[in-house]
Design a protein around this ligand. Structure first.
Ligand SMILES: Cc1cc2nc3c(=O)[nH]c(=O)nc-3n(C[C@H](O)[C@H](O)[C@H](O)COP(=O)(O)OP(=O)(O)OC[C@H]3O[C@@H](n4cnc5c(N)ncnc54)[C@H](O)[C@@H]3O)c2cc1C
Length: 395
């Protein structure tokens, strides 16, 4: 024990969201500490692999507006870090336009793009085959290309927010696990495996493990954990490339039947590209239960889909790993962001962010977490995202 160090804000979790929060809090003159259990740049939680999908489009108009608000914040981050983080290779959604998925729904998303005056190109199954090299698509499949979408550089983003946090004087401590929080009317005492700290506000940005700190305070938010497969495949030719693509299909009895893939990494092109299934099946109870080895059935399903529909790729996996997906129990939410007021005693001193496909919002999420910590409110419409407990616990 080194005694009780005092901070204005303590951020639990040093993934991209925690580091973005640490950077932006310190930039506002807040004495800020970010703690990470596994160390910074670890790939053991919700952030692993080289890339994430950047898209403007959402089926829900409020979330669509949040991506539009996030874009200038990415541009500012790129300018401060002096590196490109968004690579606009395009975002291609296609498939059954009426199927509802966690990602959204194609037909309604096109209507929202019309309303918000966001450009896109509508495509038929034949267009998609001819333009992007897919094959044997059912004739009723259709979709669109949104040209401003594309790929986010995950490691570049982490380096950027870590570097800026450090530059602003944020204290960054890796390999230190937060074991418990004791909120009271004036602030929060934070106990770790090495120290005890005192701060005015805590930001929980510890993703899958948020409930391990909320449960002792009498609350668990409604999240589900899935260890999802990341698969690399080899391009069959030098001239093969794709936009980011996501295929929307009717679920099968076994799984959600959804697949996505990236083109060549614009910042380090190679003959390998990454794809994945988005199967919300076989949830795990705890982040520590991940195995790092994907379910071979999921890899085989992806490989078979590619064998049938993407002749430009060799369907035999060149590599496979996993990433921990943390999703809200209620899919309409997309993710949780808000104060813990009403969830735990003195929850007004705890801000929490967890779950969902959140990478695309990293600069905005950091800003909103700081807004909530400092003023209890934000100019952004986050009403849909208010944290909730599972229904059975609420009854
Ligand atoms: C397969 C897959 C594909 C995805 N694709 C996309 C996409 O295309 N677009 C998109 O926008 N998003 C996508 N996402 C989601 C996105 O990757 C995550 O939302 C984001 O990376 C999570 O970042 P984070 O900072 O919230 O959490 P994490 O990166 O999980 O970081 C949490 C950190 O908290 C630390 N921690 C946990 N408990 C404690 C504790 N008690 N004390 C101290 N530290 C602790 C952990 O060590 C960890 O480093 C995808 C996710 C997966 C799994």
């Amino acid at each position: 024990m080194t005694g009780s160090e005092v901070f204005d804000i303590i951020v639990v979790g040093g993934g991209p969201v925690g580091l973005s929060t640490g950077w932006q809090a310190a930039a506002q003159g807040q004495r800020t500490l970010v703690l990470d259990r596994h160390g910074f740049f670890n790939e053991r939680c919700g952030t692993s692999g080289a890339e994430r999908h950047w898209r403007l489009q959402y089926t829900q108009e409020d979330l669509f507006r949040l991506t539009l608000e996030t874009l200038p914040r990415w541009r500012r981050l790129e300018s401060l870090a002096e590196r490109t983080l968004i690579h606009e290779i395009g975002s291609l959604w296609f498939g059954d336009v009426d199927v509802e998925t966690n990602e959204g729904q194609i037909a309604e998303t096109m209507r929202v793009m019309d309303r918000l005056d966001v450009r896109y190109e509508a495509l038929t199954a034949r267009d998609i085959e001819r333009r992007f090299g897919f094959a044997n698509l059912p004739a009723h499949y259709a979709g669109f290309l949104q040209p401003d979408g594309g790929t986010l550089d995950v490691r570049g983003t982490l380096a950027a927010v870590y570097g800026l946090a450090q530059q602003e004087g944020c204290v960054l401590r890796g390999g230190e696990r937060v074991l418990g929080l004791e909120p009271d009317a004036d602030g929060v005492t934070v106990r770790t495996d090495r120290n005890e700290y005192r701060c005015a506000k805590v930001v929980l940005a510890n993703g899958a493990e948020v409930n391990s700190l909320l449960a002792p305070l009498g609350c668990r938010i409604d999240i589900k954990l899935y260890e999802m497969a990341l698969v690399t495949l080899r391009c069959r030719g030098h001239d093969v490339d794709f936009p980011f693509w996501f295929v929307f299909q009717q679920p099968t009895e076994e799984d959600t039947n959804l697949f996505y893939g990236f083109g060549r990494n614009p910042w380090s092109p190679s003959e390998l590209v990454r794809l994945g299934p988005v199967f919300e099946v076989d949830p795990i109870d705890d982040a520590d239960q991940t195995r790092g080895v994907p379910d071979p059935r999921h890899v085989a399903r992806l490989s078979n889909w590619v064998g049938e529909h993407l002749p430009a790729l060799d369907p035999a996996p060149a590599g496979a790993s996993t990433c921990l997906a943390v999703l809200p129990g209620d899919p309409r939410r997309q993710f949780y962001l808000g104060l813990a007021t009403g969830l735990v005693p003195d929850g007004h001193n705890i801000v929490l962010y967890s779950s969902g496909w959140g990478f695309k919002f990293v600069p905005l999420l950091g800003e909103v977490c700081v807004d909530l910590a400092l003023t209890g409110q934000t100019q952004h419409d986050i009403s849909r995202l208010a944290p909730t407990v599972p229904q059975e616990a609420a009854q």
